[in-house]
Design a protein around this ligand. Sequence first.
Ligand SMILES: [Zn+2]
Length: 342
Amino acid sequence: MAKYPNSDAELTSDKEPYYMALFGSLIANLHKNSFVAAWNFTRNNDLLISVNWIDINFRSYIINCDTGVLRNVHEALTVVLSDQRIFRSVGNINKLIYLDEPNYYHEVLGRAKNLNEIVFDKDRIQLHSRLYILCISFIFLHEAAHLINGHAPYTFAHGAKKFVEGELNNLTPLDMQTLEMDADCCAFMWLLHMLLLPSSKTMLPEFVSKESDIILITQFISEFLFSCYFIKRHKDLNTTKQAPHPNAATRNKFCLDTGERYCEIHRRDLLNIYKKMRQEAIKFRNFAVERNIFSSEDVIRDNEWILSKEAENYQSEILSNWDLWIPRLRNFADKGLAPAST
Ligand SMILES: [Zn+2]
């Protein structure tokens, strides 16, 4: 058995080149030559990853991803994967980790007090480290989508001085939520597309041998990040509509629906297996809910609400609004945008 490394090991300055290289490889095929990506990592009480994109007019766009996000993903994943029911056949763990106090940091997960007691065997460690990188890849791709799809360039052209994740960026909440929906859906689709390529094999845990495993892994990333990690839950319609992001369960639904559309259009042979895997991925969420890892009542309420008529109307409003955004973004987007919602 091998001791599980502390998340601090993933967040030291000597890892900075690794995160830069990861971001570079993720976006390599997604942007045109008109963009030059430059990088800097600064340390200001905390690690801050800033990616400067310099376009032909020498405007630079900065996106930030701080240590807190990475650490929380790393540790939340440790807690979730300490449950052998999740990816049951992969490796072994010495104990199930519970949290004394769920949600005490970042409203999601604090540093679990007994993380240093956990022991994963080497297969479980590999599962954790590969899933961690895929979660980070999703987050990087989401941020990249704000640039590649023209969200940030559009707001700059309309007077915004900076584009900040989690803020309204001079837009109405509906408009910002629409762009967040686009960033999530593209990130999910790009990740699924990339992982289905044979060249991505080294990014996946070694147990993966079939395309159905790849689909399940990708759906797990969305379920984990939105059902377990990201925090914005539905409370009431007005609060949900005023936030910069849609509620977490809606974001998860949008991502998983996008994967289904991707299969319908590009990989019809995988469509049925994709639908079947969605039921499997929900089980992962349910295991986490059962253990009360992430404020279970909120997760349950959020996921129940998205099935209501009220939520359906709210989601349709975002999707219809996307149709209005396609012509606005066309001159700022680096790639073709997703088709209209109807
Ligand atoms: Zn965003």
